[in-house]
Design a protein around this ligand. Structure first.
Ligand SMILES: CC(=O)N[C@H]1[C@@H](OP(=O)(O)OP(=O)(O)OC[C@H]2O[C@@H](n3ccc(=O)[nH]c3=O)[C@H](O)[C@@H]2O)O[C@H](CO)[C@@H](O)[C@@H]1O
Length: 370
């Protein structure tokens, strides 16, 4: 089978696409993939790093307010559709899938116009503009939260979960803690602010370094690439680091998640799919700066089931951060309960479900997975 994948902008749209490609490549090595993204997006780095064939088109997102920029965006969209049609005609895919972010708009739209079976994958409980627009044209809309159903044409919706869940669920425990300079003998907490890092979380963590130095647990603290230099300087000024390692980005997140006792993070949908697939208890600090406050809705879906704790950014202080972490990590009963509840929400078979939807669409019955 030949598949075009498109998704970009942030890690939350790119990692599910990469996880899907890697998992399918392992099971069906003869599957050919082509990834279409933008040259400026994070995808150009992450995809080429994996040696997956990559082509770029030029496109920008819509502004929500009326502006001259939007006129230019429409023109770029039309140009993007033209470029995508050309790539599609050359590559001749059996299927096109978009995993969100504005780049997949013209690609998936072009696929539908070329009569190629198409799917969009929506990671969030509340969809973004691009996927809502595309849902009118595609054959299927794959979702991760039941609550997303109402935003799309009902007959097209399939609950598949997030392929990144399948990828992390298959990861074995490694010696990653030792490689990070940490020990196996203490509980470990991972702190990160989504794929790009989050300034408010960084500020609270830097203010907590002194407290962490006194704790019976250790912290892996990921700042986000762009924030690293500043945080490093502030941390150095705060004194000697104890119990904490600081790093700009983790390229081996699944391995790390497998080894930690709890995680503190934004409530991005792909991150949540990973925590639940592995049953990692989490303290979620939703970003209030996202469309329709969707991260808080993502987070509340876990909190309601006792799979996560919630700390709103408006209440994010060093004291509250440390207190919430202590409440999870230092209470073995609570940690176990949260872990079990999280795991019940996990969908480790997401990639197979998504692949089966594709096979149904392409009519490739023989290859259909049992
Ligand atoms: C600000 C914003 O618009 N955020 C959105 C974006 O978040 P964002 O891009 O932060 O997405 P997620 O939190 O869903 O996923 C982050 C991904 O990056 C990975 N990772 C992160 C840090 C690191 O050092 N290494 C690493 O590999 C995580 O393991 C995960 O796979 O897309 C998500 C999925 O559509 C949305 O739910 C978020 O609301």
């Amino acid at each position: 089978m030949k598949i075009i994948v498109s998704g970009g902008g942030t890690g939350g749209h790119i990692y599910p696409a990469l996880a899907f490609i890697r998992t399918i490549k392992q099971k069906h090595p003869d599957t050919e993939f082509l990834y279409i993204g933008t040259s400026k997006g994070l995808e150009s780095k992450l995809v080429t790093r994996e040696e997956i064939p990559f082509k770029s088109i030029e496109i920008t997102g819509f502004k929500r307010s009326i502006s001259f920029e939007n006129v230019k965006t429409v023109l770029r969209f039309l140009k993007g559709v033209k470029e995508s049609r050309k790539i599609i005609r050359e590559f001749k895919p059996d299927m096109v899938i978009g995993t969100g972010g504005y780049v997949c708009g013209p690609v998936v739209y072009a696929a539908a116009k070329e009569n190629i079976p198409s799917i969009v994958h929506e990671q969030n409980s509340v969809p973004g503009l691009t996927n809502k627009f595309l849902s009118k044209y595609v054959d299927k809309v794959a979702i991760c939260f039941e609550s997303a159903t109402g935003f799309f044409p009902k007959e097209k919706v399939v609950l598949t979960g997030n392929p990144r869940a399948s990828e992390v669920a298959g990861i074995k425990k490694t010696d990653i803690l030792a490689r990070l300079g940490l020990t196996d003998l203490k509980p470990s907490v991972l702190i990160f602010g989504g794929s790009r890092g989050a300034r408010p979380i960084n500020e609270a963590v830097v203010a907590s370094l002194e407290s962490f130095a006194q704790k019976p647990y250790q912290v892996i603290y990921v700042t986000g690439d762009v924030h690293f230099d500043k945080v490093k300087k502030e941390a150095e000024a705060a004194g000697e680091l104890k119990n904490v390692v600081i790093t700009p980005f983790l390229h081996n997140m699944p391995e790390v998640l497998r080894s930690v006792d709890a995680v503190v993070s934004r409530a991005g949908a792909t991150s949540i799919a990973e925590f639940t697939a592995l049953g990692v208890p989490s303290l979620l600090i939703p970003s209030p700066y996202v469309t329709n406050n969707h991260q808080e809705k993502n987070a509340r879906a876990l909190v309601e089931k006792d799979a996560a704790s919630l700390l709103l950014e408006s209440e994010l202080t060093s004291e509250n951060l440390v207190r919430h972490i202590d409440q999870i990590v230092l209470d073995a009963e609570k940690k176990k309960r949260m872990s079990e509840s999280a795991k019940q929400l996990g969908m480790p078979d997401a990639t197979s479900r998504l692949y089966n939807v594709m096979l149904q669409l392409t009519g490739n019955r023989q290859a259909r997975e049992k």
